[in-house]
Design a protein around this ligand. Sequence first.
Ligand SMILES: [Fe+2]
Ligand SMILES: [Fe+2]
Length: 228
Amino acid sequence: MTALSETMQHDHARCDALFVNAEAAAEGGDWVACERGVAKFRQALLAHFAIEEDVIFPSFEAHTGMTEGPTRVMRGEHAQMRALADVLMQAAEGKDAEAFADAAETLLILMQQHNMKEENILYPMCDQALRDDAQVCASVAEFGGGLAMSDRGPPTVVVDACAMMPPEPMERTLEGLDQLGPGDTLLLIIPRQPAPLFDVLLNNGYSYSVATRDDGIHEITIWQDSSA
Ligand SMILES: [Fe+2]
Ligand SMILES: [Fe+2]
C-alpha cells in the first residue's frame, strides 16, 4: 500500500489548503464563504484526528509499548487544536475579524509544529512499526481512498472488473494506466484486492488507495506518483 506517512502527509496538506481558503475569505470580509470554509476545514481536521486517535496511535502503542511517548503529546495537541477550531467557527459565525485572526494565528503555528513532528518523527516510526499490520494498512488505505476520490475529481479511466476473470483485470488496468497523464486517475472496481497488481504498481511509479464499499467491492484509485 501507499505508506501511511504518505497518505497522512497528503492529508495535512489538504487541511492546510482548506485553512488557507477560510482565512482568505475572512481577510476579504466574505463571512458566508468564511463560515463555509471553516466548516470544511474543521470537518477535515476532525476526520484526520479521528483516524490518528482511533486507529494509528492505539496500534502504534500496542506494537511498541510506547503509551507515554509521542502519541500522548500528539493527543494533547489535538485537544488544543480542536478547541481553537471551535473558536474559529464561533468567530466566523459572529463575523468577528479580530477574534478570527487571533485564533487563526495560534492555530496555524500549532498546526505547523504538530505536523512537522508527525511527519519527521512519528509517521516514520509508524511506517516501521505498522507496516505488517494488515488492519491498520487497510484502514489508512481506505481513508486515503476517500481523500483521493474527493480531491481528484472524476477518474480519467474506469475499469470495472466485477465480471472479469484473471488475468483480464490486470491486463485492462495496465492498458488504462498507459492513458494516464499527471493528475489523472484510474478507478479499478474489483471484488477482490489484487495483490499482484499492487506490487506491479509500486514497482512502476504508481500510488494507489483502496476504498471498500458497503457491498464488499473494492474501489482502487491509481495515479502516477509524482515523487517517483
Ligand atoms: Fe495529529
Ligand atoms: Fe496528523
